[in-house]
Design a protein around this ligand. Structure first.
Ligand SMILES: Cc1cc2nc3c(=O)[nH]c(=O)nc-3n(C[C@H](O)[C@H](O)[C@H](O)COP(=O)(O)OP(=O)(O)OC[C@H]3O[C@@H](n4cnc5c(N)ncnc54)[C@H](O)[C@@H]3O)c2cc1C
Length: 377
């Protein structure tokens, strides 16, 4: 059986690797002419690293990234108000959370593909049902017959909009700047992610390699007129804290990336006959838990296990049933977290920070445990 994967993002590439390892014949269609990474980092949380361990990629990813053993929420002066220590999960699952350049991650994943046929410059336009399955129509004029399709074509998925057209995108009214500073953090910050919460804004940073610190900054905007531009990031965070300011100034401006934060409401519509959605195409989440790509990676592994054990349609149903609860919980929690993190009323900000300080560690440990535990197929 040939499986056609639409989209060579983190989810699509990981799915291709997992299915190739099981002996499936794979074709992957990507709209971009080249695999072009966003100039940003990413944290591969413990759950994603467990998957990469199973796929034989733990060593190469660990060597190319930087381990993160704590996640800290701070106020805008970088004074800690809440902390999650990850060492117990490192010991339990024998993997660490790894912060890595997105470019390195995509390159490593791409290089694992040995037999998969990769078609770049193939932007899917529509999927039309026919007797043999579906006809894939591409913008370059090509038409390709397919029996089995995995839609890993992201938030604006053409596979999803063809199959389940009524799934409006939900905007969070937040802008996110991302960059990589040529900088080394002091030793005590090297193995942790710090995220500073202010009023209507956040700034996170983490070392991803020698002399490379990945940072992201989010700000609320009220309406389209209030949206800021790429070069306004420096002004926005100039007076917040010198560490933050140093990171922004140590970043080549032309490499700063600006994105609007959005998702769509959780839906059970992940598959139909011989077509299945994964990753952002099925359950895009706002990035507030840093779990979007990790959930796509979990999907890739669970779906490949299901396809290895069941007939196609049964595999898609089993996959959806195994993954739905956690993926939806990430979408919902991320959305709420984004609202709480961007409170504007100073009284509510103080109250929020006090509550965070008082939250028992056992609660965040339990939440992390639920997040890191993979489903059993
Ligand atoms: C600001 C920000 C920060 C984030 N930080 C993190 C983090 O730290 N950790 C984390 O786990 N997640 C993070 N995420 C989320 C993460 O980036 C996504 O969840 C993840 O990339 C989803 O992977 P995917 O493969 O499903 O989709 P995508 O990465 O969107 O890949 C989709 C692929 O499909 C291709 N494609 C799209 N349409 C077509 C078409 N019509 N035809 C052919 N190809 C097509 C695209 O070119 C792309 O290559 C962040 C997201 C944002 C916006």
């Amino acid at each position: 059986m040939t499986i056609d994967i639409i989209g060579a993002g983190i989810g699509g590439l990981t799915t291709a690797i997992a299915l190739e390892q099981k002996g499936f014949k794979i074709r992957i269609f990507e709209q971009a002419e080249k695999i072009k990474p966003v100039g940003a980092g990413i944290i591969l949380a413990n759950n994603a690293m467990q998957v990469f361990d199973k796929l034989g990629l733990k060593k190469i990813l660990t060597e190319n990234g930087n381990p993160v053993s704590a996640i800290k929420i701070t106020n805008s002066n970088l004074e800690v108000i809440s902390e999650i220590n990850l060492t117990q999960f490192e010991q339990k699952y024998n993997v660490k959370n790894i912060a890595i350049h997105r470019g390195s991650l995509q390159q490593i994943l791409f290089e694992q593909l040995k037999k998969t046929e990769v078609y770049l410059g193939h932007k899917l336009n529509k999927v039309v049902k026919n007797e043999g399955g579906h006809m894939l129509h591409f913008e370059n004029g090509k038409k390709i017959q397919s029996t089995t399709i995995i839609g890993s074509d992201g938030l604006h998925s053409k596979v999803r909009t063809n199959l389940f057209p009524h799934q409006p995108i939900r905007f969070a009214n937040q802008l996110c700047w991302r960059g990589i500073a040529n900088h080394n953090l002091p030793t005590e910050l090297k193995n942790e992610l710090n995220e500073a919460w202010g009023k209507n804004e956040r700034f996170g940073f983490v070392q991803i390699a020698e002399n490379k610190v990945y940072w992201y900054a989010l700000k609320t905007y009220k309406n389209a007129q209030h949206k800021q531009k790429i070069n306004e990031i420096e002004k926005s965070f100039a007076n917040v804290n010198s560490t933050i300011n140093n990171l922004i100034t140590a970043t080549p401006k032309e490499q700063i990336n600006l994105a609007e934060i959005s998702d769509f409401k959780p839906t059970k519509n992940w598959y139909q006959e011989n077509v299945c959605l994964i990753g952002d195409a099925a359950h895009a989440a706002t990035p507030n838990m840093g779990q979007g790509a990790c959930q796509a990676i979990e999907d890739a592994y669970i779906l490949s296990e299901c396809l290895g054990k069941h007939k196609t349609n049964e595999a898609f149903e089993t996959f959806r049933n195994l993954r739905l609860k956690k993926a939806h919980s990430v979408v919902k929690t991320s959305w709420t977290l984004g609202k709480v993190a961007h409170l504007s009323n100073p009284v509510l900000v103080a109250l929020r920070n006090q509550m965070l300080r008082m939250t028992p560690k056992s609660i965040s440990t339990k939440q992390s445990q639920q997040l890191f535990q993979l489903a059993q197929v």
